[in-house]
Design a protein around this ligand. Structure first.
Ligand code: MSP
Length: 510
């Protein structure tokens, strides 16, 4: 059985989760469900990144001890998972003992391999993004990541990143798909080509971190600490990563601003510890909210929980994947959300299921059988749905989630058109023998579309399978079995249309 290990970044616990965090997690969940459906042994992890000066400051500002502060916010991230219907196998916190042990072990391994030395560091420190920058990297007095900076000098340990320039460039060349999409790959390659400085990997100016083994006045740099989470989850050092099927196929999903940490530092750390770099770093763009960057001060931070409570997690999952062209930035707007919900989930999909299933119950004794002969139109319908579903799978594998959904939507529109043109209600009098044939084909295509739609809308897809009396065991494998009969067991509306004037919307004002 092939294996895959899918990771979200671990989230900073300085503020509660918003739609941007929900997005990365949902993308990973959709992939995890998709690969399970293809028969993979999937390991899927997420969690929280809890150390560092930024967290210590946020805790101080709130007047709460850092551990309690991180416990509280980490819980918000964890509690969001069932709300979004996420099927993670692990939730890792960097303040857990299992992780502290692994991070300390990893540090010792880098040290004993000769890649860590003690020195002194001066530079502009971006507190928000936990990174140092040189004078010439600042943009209008701020770090290139947009954070405020502070000039600092400290004794610290360095990682010999400069020793990895050629090894990294060689690795990128041998693994052209290592960084997705290509523009991010190009940025990383030119960054590495421009020369790598050694990296400061310990801090002495605050305490909230994992102590450096044998020198506890230093704490481990939060990015080295955080990146290590990926091997903590995979049982390093007990499990031999280089010969582990999950590690050989590990995909890190990240937002575009943290590609450098994952595609430069992380593979260098791993190489230094004789571990193989991950298989792929897949990067996505950013969500704006109603056209602007999400920020507390503008008051436009979008809360994923509200959307799930009002419209269900399937609707939010669908919108996030459909609206944003993966890799590019996208805009989250309530109007856009309602528009796509009503036109696709309520009309194209929900109504299609409802009208076809109801017709079968009323007019075919709830049962339809595979026709023995297909007309030319039937064949054309079945073939074009099959083609668009194959296209959808191929789009999915290229992380083009919006195009994958577009292909499913096309298959829905073909099904709606087929019913409109075949007019089963008229066939009831003109050609009653054909009614069951038309309906079977319609139900069968709905079934196939739903199987592929399942990773995005699992709750509703399961409702459709229940209506069709299809057991869970038949949901694995995309093209495996052919059903020759369908029986409609029950009928349940899937996506009630959203009335824009509904009072519920008051909740968005607050
Ligand atoms: N803690 C680090 C990651 C360490 S991984 C070893 C971190 N945390 S974060 O909370 O700031 O961001 C986590 C993820 O959320 C990133 O992938 C980031 O891109 C994503 N998003 C945060 N805001 C976002 C949007 N507005 N839109 C889309 N995703 C964004 O970085």
């Amino acid at each position: 059985m092939p294996s895959i290990y899918i990771t979200t970044p671990i989230y900073y616990v300085n503020a509660k989760p918003h739609i941007g965090h929900a997005y990365t997690t949902i993308v990973c969940d959709v992939c995890a469900r998709f690969y399970r459906m293809l028969g993979y042994d999937v390991l899927f992890s997420t969690g929280t990144d809890e150390h560092g000066k930024k967290i210590e400051q946020s805790a101080n500002n709130a007047g709460i001890p850092p551990q309690l502060f991180t416990d509280n916010i980490s819980r918000l991230f964890r509690d969001l998972l069932p709300v979004l219907n996420i099927t993670n196998d692990d939730f890792i916190r960097t303040t857990e003992k299992r992780h502290k042990d692994v991070a300390a072990h990893f540090w010792s391994k880098l040290k004993s391999s000769g890649y860590i030395y003690l020195g002194e560091y001066s530079g502009w420190y971006d507190i928000r993004n936990e990174a140092y920058f040189a004078e010439d990297e600042l943009v209008n007095g701020q770090s290139p990541l947009g954070g405020d900076v502070l000039y600092m000098t400290e004794e610290c340990y360095f990682f010999k990143l400069s020793a990895f320039q050629d090894k990294l460039l060689d690795f990128y060349e041998k693994h052209p798909d290592f960084i997705f999409p290509i523009q991010r790959r190009n940025e990383v390659v030119s960054f590495v080509k421009s020369g790598l400085n050694d990296l400061a990997i310990s801090r002495t100016t605050f305490n909230w971190g994992i102590p450096v083994p044998d020198d506890p006045k230093h704490v481990i740099y939060v990015w080295l600490d955080a990146l290590t989470n990926y091997i903590t989850v995979n049982n390093y050092p007990d499990c031999d990563q280089n010969n582990d099927a999950h590690w050989q196929n590990v995909i890190h999903f990240v937002g575009k601003e943290i590609v450098r940490f994952h595609a430069v530092y992380w593979p260098a750390f791993l190489m230094a510890a004789d571990l193989n770099p991950p298989k792929q770093i897949v990067s996505h763009g950013w969500w704006l909210s109603e056209g602007e960057k999400m920020s507390k001060s503008i008051g436009n931070v979008q809360d994923p929980v509200k959307y799930c409570m009002l419209f269900g997690s399937d609707a939010l999952r669908y919108f996030l994947l459909r609206e944003l062209s993966f890799g590019e930035d996208g805009n989250f707007s309530l109007a856009g959300f309602i528009g796509r919900y009503n036109s696709i989930l309520a009309n194209a999909y929900g109504n299609l299921c409802n009208r076809v299933f109801s017709f079968v119950v009323k007019n075919c004794g709830s049962r339809v059988k595979r026709p023995t002969v297909l007309s030319e139109e039937d064949r054309e319908f079945v073939d074009s749905v099959a083609t668009s579903l194959e296209d959808a799978i191929s789009m999915f594998k290229q992380y083009a989630f919006n195009r994958y959904l577009e292909k499913l939507e096309y298959a829905m529109s073909l099904s709606n058109r087929y019913i409109d043109s075949q007019k089963p209600w008229a066939l009831m009098t003109s050609n009653p023998d054909r009614v069951g044939d038309v309906l079977f084909l319609a139900v069968e295509q709905i079934y196939k579309i739903t199987r592929l739609f399942y990773p995005v809308i699992p709750t509703s897809a399961e409702k459709v399978f229940q209506q069709l009396g299809i057991s869970d065991s038949m949901m694995t494998g995309i093209n495996s079995e052919v059903l020759n009969e369908f029986e409609i067991h029950s009928i349940e509306a899937l996506f009630p249309k959203i009335d824009q004037a509904a009072k519920d919307f008051d909740v968005f004002a607050g």
